[in-house]
Each structure stands twice: as structure tokens, then as C-alpha cells.
Design a protein around this ligand. Structure first.
Ligand code: CU
Length: 406
């Protein structure tokens, strides 16, 4: 229903600037003075149509056509809605009828009605303009409901039965609440269940939960902290993903998966929608340009070409060797390495590590990779495969020699 529109939270409508040493309040205090910040509402589909018709002015900034704010306001593609301060998530319900906003400092989620937003825009039901001249819709004209959930609501996702799930950072919980027509007949817009998670959840994901067709039985809470959930092996603790069963009226915690690396946003989708290549379609493929690289090197065509100080190395890798495996250079040479992985077996990734020059490439099956560097020091420098690829992986290495400049 709301296709063609995008809803973006913003904070610091105070436009505070830092200066704690100069006597200003700390940024997080200065940027949280007002009760309300502003949700930006953008009609991108209309912008696209106006652009195609050539009836909207743009400014070219570094090769990108940019619609400036005053033009966006004039054309009716940009509006503001007041929202509780320091907002975090802005999530649209599967049918597109509601926009759920979580304010970290507000125990409620605020639900805006897309239909009411459209009517308020139509009726020019504005309460004023912001500092940039963007019209602000009247809060009461567009709000549908507010649901008190607890402390630190961040993000919301949805199932296919009329329920929403919100991650609560400060409460360390996932809560379940009803939209306007819950399948179980519960009271609309009410908190139904709360499950402790461990700890400090950020994002959450429900299967298909941020699409128009949610599906499945599970929710994953992507927790920032794990504290006591995994065996401590030092000051650095893992993050923690928790799998939750959402099939019944009460949520059930099924398992913990400690992971290293902060889990941020994630999407859960049906396996059948993924149809990836397992190997690049042509030997010497450049994943960035999605074409065969002009530097792709066929077996038997490996070579080193010198043009003055520029040295091009056309290298192939295959289990378990580099060709060439010896590169003789002079100090000050500009080296251009072009490496083609000839292996076409699924998962046969090779690495190229020249640690002395801070180079470490990962080259997938049939892919090519290029790197430039200056041979700035004389000496003998080993390079080696840094992706465990075969029984003779350890032996997969070579040397670069750099002769001292006279
Ligand atoms: Cu290898």
C-alpha cells in the first residue's frame, strides 16, 4: 500500500554541535532537548516520475543528480512528521498501512497510519515548517496508536498473523504486540508477551518479517552482549544470536549462538529464493565489473612484462601453485599484479598474501584480482596462499626479490 514512499527517522532536530571542553553540554544531552524529532517522509516514486518526465530540477554533485530540498518541497515529495525524540527504527507493516517508530527514550512505539498521512498531505494539515522549510504534518492527524512496551524499543518486525515484535535494548527483551487485527482476536494495539534475551538486543529478524509476505516460525534476536552466556576466554566476549519460536501465543527461547563480530541488521528468507553462482561463469571474471577481466590470464600465458618502471605480472593460481612463483624486481618498481584463479571447483578459493607489503587477496574460483604496489624496499619477500586450499597448501608459495637501487 505504501509502495513508492520511504520513511526515515532523524534525530538532533536541535542541530546541536559538539564542544564539551568549551562548556557546551555533551552531544547526547544537547541532541535530546526537545520532546520530538522529525520523521522524514519521501515520495520517491513521484521523484522518479518527475525525473523521467524532466519536470524536476536537479543539481549535479560529483556526477550524481541531486534534488535539492527546496525543489523537493515545491514538488510535494518531502514532508516531516513529529516523532518521539531520539528515534531508532522506522518499520512498515507487511500490508503497508502502518509505520512503526521506536524512540529509544520513549517506552512506547508510535504507529502512524499511511492513509492518514496521505489525507493530511492532501489537506495540507501542517503545524509549521522545519528550519529548512520542510512542512511538518500535524502529529494528531497522522498518528494511529501508541503502545507502551518498556525500555529502549529499537526495531520492529512482523509476522503474517497481525502481530509485531520489537527489540528492547534496555530491557534486554523481545516483546510481542498486536496490530489492529490480530488473528487470535486479542485487543488491538496491546502488549501481549515479553521474553528476556541475553543481552541488549539490537536488531531482530522474523522470517520475511520486513517484507510484504512474512512467513515461517522463527525470530532471531541479534544481541550485542553475551556476558555469562558463553565460557569466558578473556575480556572480549562474543555477541549472541538467540533463536526464538514464535508459533504460539508465548515466545519460546530455543538456542544461543555466540558469534564474533557485532550482529547488526540481518534478514531471514526462504532458502529457495537464493540462486547464487557457486563459481564465476568465466575464468578470469572480475566480480566488481561482472565481466571477464582484461587482465585474465590463460594457463600457459603467464608472464612478467616490464615497461620502464611499471612491471605487470600476469599470474595464475591453481591447487597448489602460483605461476610465476618468482618475481624479480628493482627497488622503486611500480608493480601491477593480475592474478587469475584457474580452479573451477566449488569453494576452491585461493589467497595471495604478501604480508611485507600489507597485501592479502582472496580469489574465488574462476575470479581475477588486481593489486598495485611499489617495491619500495630491497630484499627477498615470500608470498603464499592464505586460504587453506589443498594438501599442499603450505607449500603453495613463491618469492619476490627486489634488487637495491644503485
Ligand atoms: Cu591455495
Amino acid at each position: 500500500m505504501s509502495h513508492g514512499w520511504v520513511f526515515i527517522n532523524t534525530f538532533n532536530s536541535e542541530m546541536a554541535t559538539p564542544g564539551a571542553l568549551e562548556g557546551k553540554p555533551p552531544m547526547e544531552v544537547a541532541a535530546s532537548q526537545k520532546e520530538m524529532d522529525l520523521l522524514h517522509v519521501i515520495h520517491w516514486k513521484k521523484a522518479e516520475q518527475l525525473l523521467a518526465a524532466g519536470t524536476i530540477q536537479t543539481k549535479n554533485i560529483k556526477g550524481m543528480r541531486v534534488i535539492m530540498m527546496d525543489e523537493a518541497v515545491k514538488q510535494g515529495i518531502l514532508y516531516n512528521i513529529p516523532e518521539p525524540k531520539s528515534p531508532h527504527g522506522s518499520d512498515v507493516s507487511p500490508d503497508g498501512r502502518f509505520i512503526v517508530v521506536s524512540g529509544k527514550l520513549d517506552p512506547h512505539v508510535t504507529i502512524f497510519s499511511f492513509d492518514k498521512i496521505m489525507k493530511a498531505i492532501e489537506a495540507k494539515n501542517f503545524e509549521g515548517k522545519d528550519a529548512f522549510g520542510i512542512p511538518i504534518l500535524k502529529f494528531n492527524a497522522v498518528v494511529e496508536a501508541q503502545v507502551e512496551l518498556g525500555l529502549g524499543p529499537l526495531h520492529s518486525e512482523f509476522d503474517d498473523k497481525g502481530y509485531a515484535y520489537t527489540s528492547m535494548f534496555l530491557d534486554s527483551a523481545i516483546v510481542k504486540w498486536s496490530l489492529d487485527k490480530p488473528a487470535g482476536g486479542e485487543k488491538p494495539w496491546s502488549l501481549l508477551d515479553s521474553l528476556s534475551v541475553h543481552y541488549n538486543t539490537g536488531h531482530l529478524c522474523v522470517a520475511g518479517g520486513d517484507t510484504s509476505k512474512p512467513n515461517g516460525k522463527y525470530l532471531v534476536s541479534l544481541n550485542k552482549w553475551s556476558l555469562d552466556r558463553a565460557l569466558p576466554v578473556g575480556p572480549l566476549h562474543p555477541q549472541n544470536l538467540q533463536l526464538i519460536d514464535i508459533t504460539g501465543p508465548k515466545m519460546k527461547l530455543l538456542s544461543d549462538t555466540p558469534v564474533v563480530g557485532e550482529p547488526h541488521y540481518a534478514v531471514m528468507a526462504k532458502a529457495e529464493i537464493f540462486k547464487p553462482w557457486t563459481v564465476y561463469p568465466e575464468i578470469g571474471y572480475n566480480p566488481l565489473t561482472r565481466t571477464k577481466s582484461k587482465f585474465a590470464t590463460d594457463p600457459g600465458k603467464e608472464r612478467i612484462e616490464r615497461k620502464g618502471k611499471d612491471v605487470h605480472v600476469y599470474m595464475t593460481v591453481i591447487r597448489s601453485r602460483f605461476i610465476p612463483d618468482r618475481i624479480d624486481l628493482k627497488q622503486g618498481d611500480n608493480v601491477h599484479l593480475h592474478i587469475t584463479n584457474l580452479d573451477r571447483a566449488e569453494d576452491a578459493t585461493h589467497g595471495f598474501a604478501l604480508s611485507s607489503h600489507n597485501i592479502n587477496l582472496s580469489i574465488d574460483p574462476a575470479a581475477s584480482a588486481d593489486v598495485d604496489f611499489v617495491a619500495d624496499r630491497s630484499g627477498v619477500f615470500p608470498f603464499y596462499c592464505s586460504e587453506f586450499c589443498s594438501a599442499l597448501h603450505m607449500e603453495m608459495m613463491g618469492y619476490m626479490t627486489v634488487a637495491k637501487a644503485p
